[in-house]
Design a protein around this ligand. Structure first.
Ligand code: DC
Length: 233
């Protein structure tokens, strides 16, 4: 069976990761959460007081950062590791969210992470989500989804997610953080978030998770079928 690349881009907290994870499971592909990679770099920068305005210092820090993913057998999730340490819970905290858009706007950071992401998808058969997957990382991806949802629904979903992890944050603070990240993510000079011309727009405000997953899997199956027919010609 030919393998394809599924690229899912969109705003923060609109259900990309949850959908991507389940789509990957159904297709039996690995799933890469590129937001987690930017979060891990941010955590390292915060822990080591790295300047965000000194390109030499940034580059040196990047040379010391190794990010990997490992399956957590008990929780059945893919955990993010920073230099061998499991940082999955730490990178989701609010203090990291507050800085991550600034760190991910740095050109050196983007170049390093995009190169690693491209290596991960070299043999295809991957589901990756982020902000620039369909536009920069894999512009040749067979299936591109641009996902969005109503800002209030996104804030509520994020609040639930934080609550499940034991962090109580007010809706207004979350909505403000999402608004700020949307602005930085869409206005930065380096690969800003935008819909790829050939991406399929999905507003999931009124969709259940099952419906979203079903839709993306169906679209992926269509692309796999198309690739199969092409290879038979
Ligand atoms: O998906 P997330 O909210 O965990 O992503 C965290 C931040 O990382 C987001 O505000 C923007 C940045 N990001 C990015 O710039 N490019 C990506 N491919 C993924 C995330």
């Amino acid at each position: 069976m030919p393998k394809i690349i599924v690229a899912i881009d969109g705003y923060s907290s609109c259900g990309k990761s949850t959908t991507a994870k389940l789509v990957a499971r159904q297709l039996n592909y690995p799933y890469i959460d590129t937001g987690a990679m930017y979060r891990a770099v941010t955590l390292y920068f915060l822990q080591n007081h790295i300047s965000l305005t000194n390109p030499r210092e940034t580059q040196q820090a990047l040379n010391n950062i190794h990010i990997s993913f490992k399956r957590h057998a008990e929780l059945g999730r893919n955990d993010t590791y920073l230099n061998g340490l499991n940082v999955e819970d730490e990178i989701r905290k609010m203090y990291v969210s507050e800085k991550v858009s600034d760190v991910s706007a740095i050109a050196e950071v983007r170049h390093a992470l995009v190169a690693q992401q491209q290596r991960m998808g070299k043999t295809k058969g991957i589901v990756m989500d982020g902000r620039d997957i369909g536009t920069v990382v894999f512009p040749q991806a067979e299936l591109k989804i641009f996902m969005t949802a109503d800002p209030l629904i996104r804030a509520q979903r994020r609040q639930m997610e934080l609550l499940e992890k034991g962090e109580t944050v007010g809706l207004a603070e979350i909505a403000e953080n999402l608004k700020m990240r949307d602005y930085i993510d869409t206005h930065r000079a380096e690969s800003p978030l935008k819909q790829a011309e050939d991406a399929i727009y999905v507003d999931n405000s009124l969709m259940t998770l099952d419906e979203q997953v079903e839709l993306v899997v169906r679209l992926a199956d269509e692309q796999i079928g198309l690739s199969l027919r092409r290879s038979a010609e």
